[in-house]
Design a binder for this molecule. Structure first.
Ligand code: GRF
Length: 203
């Protein structure tokens, strides 16, 4: 049984989708054994508690550098014997030290079709730019901002009547379906990396 830690800063709807997928058996061979946040009031922490998953807060104000913060985080993850780190709305860029500690075992979800619209405002940036197609991307994390190898990606059409809210909601629905799928593939060892390409072999 692989141990997953989910890192979340906010609402945690993706965390919920992952917890539900473990519960329903859509994710096999793994369980969420830890939820970490950088914010005391993250609703994700309440969701974790409701599912009896242990939580821990690492508050940035208590560390003087990003390296020190990530050092403490990695030490804790290793002590908890975490195999896979899943970022679900965790609003911090990981240091190279963190990335190296979990090679190809850190995943992130981003609400646009990367490499378009990276950063903290993927949905708003796509809408403002006027693209007709956007979507969501699940990728392994490297040292860059939303630059790692892409595991799964799915598109949706932006309609003229879409608002920030409607688009966000539709992207969330996509995310909640795709993230558990990507995690399941990863824990079952179905993803093979060739250069930047993630080849999925799910026979
Ligand atoms: C998601 O849209 C995800 O793509 C982005 O942050 C958002 C988190 O939403 N990285 P939630 O906290 O899972 O509801």
């Amino acid at each position: 049984m692989k141990k997953i830690a989910v890192l979340a800063s906010g609402n945690g709807s993706n965390l919920q989708a992952i917890l539900d997928a473990v519960e329903s058996g859509a994710i096999t061979g793994a369980a969420v054994t830890l939820v970490i946040s950088d914010k005391l009031d993250a609703f994700a922490l309440k969701r974790a508690a409701a599912s009896n998953v242990p939580t821990k807060c690492f508050l940035p104000a208590e560390y003087s550098t990003r390296e020190e913060y990530d050092g403490a985080l990695v030490t804790y993850l290793q002590a908890m014997q975490i195999d896979l780190v899943v970022l679900a709305g965790f609003m911090r860029l990981l240091t190279p030290y963190f990335v190296a500690a979990y090679p190809r075992q850190i995943m992130n979800i981003h609400p646009s079709l990367l490499p378009a619209f990276p950063g903290a405002h993927g949905v708003a940036d796509a809408l403002a730019y006027g693209v007709k197609v956007t979507g969501c991307t699940i990728h392994f994390v490297d040292e860059g901002m939303d630059t790692g190898p892409i595991i799964l990606q799915e598109a949706l059409t932006i309609n003229d009547h879409d608002t920030m809210e409607s688009l966000q909601q539709r992207i969330h629905e996509l995310e909640h379906r795709l993230y558990p799928q990507a995690i399941d593939l990863c824990v079952r060892g179905k993803i093979k990396l060739e250069g930047r390409r993630c080849l999925i072999n799910d026979n």
